[in-house]
Ligand binder design. Structure first.
Ligand SMILES: [Zn+2]
Length: 367
């Protein structure tokens, strides 16, 4: 089965406001402290290194001359001892910060404000052997709805290669998660938009709430743009269009759960299904980028990651300067179970990680 999203993408209205911008461009603390000092001493300077290049002449030029060993002014003469350390600590704290409360998605007229792209239609290309009955099962549609979506098409005579419209946005409503993740259902589920940066394994099982598909496409597209040469990630199940039981999962019933393949150091055997990722095959640097972006979005409730992969990730975070507080709040490891960390161990997550998004105000009896 091939997935086709036609070009009816709605571009986002405003880019998502991230929780913090300061220091986002900083890849590591090994960045020259002098650049940092210049940026901090410069009024209104953004801490992104690129923009810290053109400070006002006075202090900055003496600093850069001093740092180049050319000027007569030593750094210690300009700054009190300990200042650089304080600045470095502040930047580290900024970069490794977690929101105290989950973010509430902005709502306008009772509807979520659209912050990222979303689909208006979903088309399915018929594969050999696929029948009307199969189509109904996959997309949880009855004959009447399918016919309404495809006026004039004889649905009893489908041929391979034929494109059938299987979903259309209803502008009067939007997706709602209902009930508990392992018991509930999904109203007006919407499909995850396609992207060159990830593969949707089963499009008919990739329906979620707007919040879920929006955050997933934001984070995975960011990742893909940051690592354009990386193998695309695989996106597995979210939910059926209407939610409810989806074999073999206990959860994935309300459009708030999603499975995503791990970035790996070696090539995957196939991009058609999740494959085992050994401890030394996990690309912890890249996974940490995804994890941080998800956490910065502020809409994640839990992330399930195998315990041993957590260990690798936690070590990577510490090596990059994460605070003890951050790793303790984020990772359940070294504990086996319990606690209130966001990233938790659950069996069966050595091939993929699982993200559960938090309930939003517009969801119903969500828990
Ligand atoms: Zn899952």
């Amino acid at each position: 089965m091939r997935f086709e999203s036609n070009n009816s993408m709605q571009k986002h209205v405003t880019p998502p406001q991230r929780r913090w911008n300061v220091g986002v461009g900083l890849r590591s603390l090994s960045l020259s402290l002098v650049v940092v000092a210049v940026a901090v001493l410069t009024p209104n300077a953004n801490l992104a290194p690129a923009e810290a290049q053109a400070p006002p002449p006075s202090v900055a030029s003496s600093l850069s001359l001093a740092s180049a060993g050319l000027g007569p002014v030593a750094l210690n003469a300009i700054m009190e001892p300990g200042t650089l350390e304080r600045i470095a600590r502040r930047i580290r704290d900024e970069r490794w910060k977690l929101p105290d409360d989950p973010a509430a998605w902005p709502i306008e007229d009772g509807k979520p404000v659209v912050q990222t792209q979303q689909l208006n239609e979903l088309w399915h290309t018929i594969l050999p052997g696929e029948t009307l009955k199969r189509l109904r099962q996959m997309y949880r549609l009855n004959n009447a709805s399918l016919q309404r979506l495809n006026p004039g098409v004889n649905l009893n005579d489908l041929s391979p290669g034929q494109r059938i419209r299987v979903w259309e946005r209803d502008p009067d409503t939007f997706s709602k998660s209902y009930g508990a993740a392992n018991r509930g259902r999904l109203f007006n589920g919407e499909p995850l938009p396609d992207s060159p940066y990830y593969r949707i394994l089963y499009p008919h099982r990739a329906f979620g709430t707007y919040y879920t598909v929006s955050e997933v496409s934001r984070v995975l597209n960011n990742y893909g743009k940051a690592y354009p040469d990386s193998e695309p990630l695989m996106v597995g199940d979210i939910s059926f269009r209407v939610g409810r039981k989806i074999h073999p999962h206990a959860s994935h019933r309300t459009g708030r759960d999603i499975d995503i393949s791990y970035p790996r150091k070696n090539a995957a055997k196939t991009l058609r299904r999740f494959g085992h990722v050994r401890r030394n095959e996990l690309d912890a640097k890249k996974l940490l980028v995804i994890l941080k972006d998800l956490l910065d979005g502020g809409h994640v409730e839990y992330i399930f990651i195998d315990r041993w992969h957590q260990r690798t990730l936690r070590a990577e975070a510490l090596a990059q300067g994460a605070t003890e507080e951050w790793v303790d709040r984020v990772f359940q490891y070294p504990a086996y179970s319990g606690g209130d960390a966001i990233v938790r161990h659950a069996r069966g997550h050595h091939k993929h990680f699982h993200v559960r998004f938090a309930c939003q105000e517009t969801d119903r009896r969500c828990r």
